[in-house]
Design a protein around this ligand. Structure first.
Ligand SMILES: Nc1ncnc2c1ncn2[C@@H]1O[C@H](COP(=O)(O)OP(=O)(O)O)[C@@H](O)[C@H]1O
Ligand SMILES: [Mg+2]
Length: 244
């Protein structure tokens, strides 16, 4: 369903993504791994439409998304849960979920939001309180709930487990498995390599803006030593500072 062809992202002279190609099939889970600075966030932001690629093409079900706005891409069925969640902390939980639905014009929106509350009782109990009062894990659930309300066919997530307690990491991965069971394809950027590879069918490893490995998740899991070599900050370099 998603076909990314030779994507390039530049920030001035910094070449963050240097010709990355990848695919995600209907209903598939694909993970993108790589050290800090590998270009994962830049790739996802280009897929979202927040940054304009310097080269390459993005196709969703054969339709060219490359020049579309982020809102138009959400309408086409692809949505990003960004790094650091980026919920609206000055709004209530409910208002955040409504933001996920603002592109929709159908009558099922209220029902979909109730379905989110059924899935996340913590959010239901606090629907009219400020999103700023939620824990980090609850904020991540809200960010995913907001994405689900847009009725995506493909959810992209940028390091969703970052900063979560082990309990919430388990809940997060359980939720992703459920969403995938509902037929939603997932493109997952994760630091938690083993959990990401357990969920995914295939994975790509990026290093300094290029794809260095593309293989089945099973093969990547078996080859943990090789994969890990690309996740610690690059060949012989000091680990990159965490980017927030
Ligand atoms: N807004 C930006 N302006 C300039 N350089 C950036 C910007 N965002 C990221 N970069 C650079 O692009 C490269 C890839 O970063 P990023 O996509 O955030 O990688 P990752 O998500 O894999 O850590 C890094 O060298 C980073 O410093
Ligand atoms: Mg990143």
């Amino acid at each position: 369903m998603l076909e990314v062809d030779a994507l390039e992202v530049n920030y001035g002279r910094t070449r963050a993504v240097k010709g990355v190609s990848l695919t995600v099939s209907e209903g598939e889970v694909v993970t993108v791994l790589g050290a800090n600075g590998a270009g994962k966030t830049s790739l996802l932001r280009a897929l979202q439409g927040a940054v304009r690629p310097s080269g390459g093409r993005i196709l969703l079900n054969g339709r060219d998304m490359t020049a579309l706005t982020p809102a138009a891409r959400v309408r086409e069925g692809m949505v990003l849960v960004p790094e650091g969640r980026q919920i609206f902390v000055s709004m209530t939980v409910h208002e955040n979920l409504l933001m996920g639905a603002y592109l929709r014009h159908d009558q099922d929106m209220a029902r979909d939001i109730e379905a989110i509350y059924d899935r996340f009782p913590n959010l239901a109990a606090r629907r009219n309180t400020s999103a700023s009062s939620l824990s980090g894990g609850e904020q991540q659930m809200l960010a995913i709930g907001r994405a689900i309300v847009s009725r995506p066919r493909l959810i992209m997530l940028d390091e969703p487990s970052l900063g979560l307690s082990p309990l919430f990491v388990d809940r997060l991965f359980g939720l992703l498995a459920e969403l995938n069971g509902d037929g939603i394809a997932i493109l997952l950027v994760e630091q938690n390599t083993s959990m990401a590879l357990d969920l995914a069918t295939r994975g790509y490893v990026l290093e300094l803006g290029r794809t260095v490995i593309s293989d089945s998740a099973a093969a990547l899991s078996r080859n943990a030593a090789l994969t890990e070599a690309y996740l610690g900050g690059g060949a012989g370099e000091a680990p990159a500072a965490p980017n927030i």
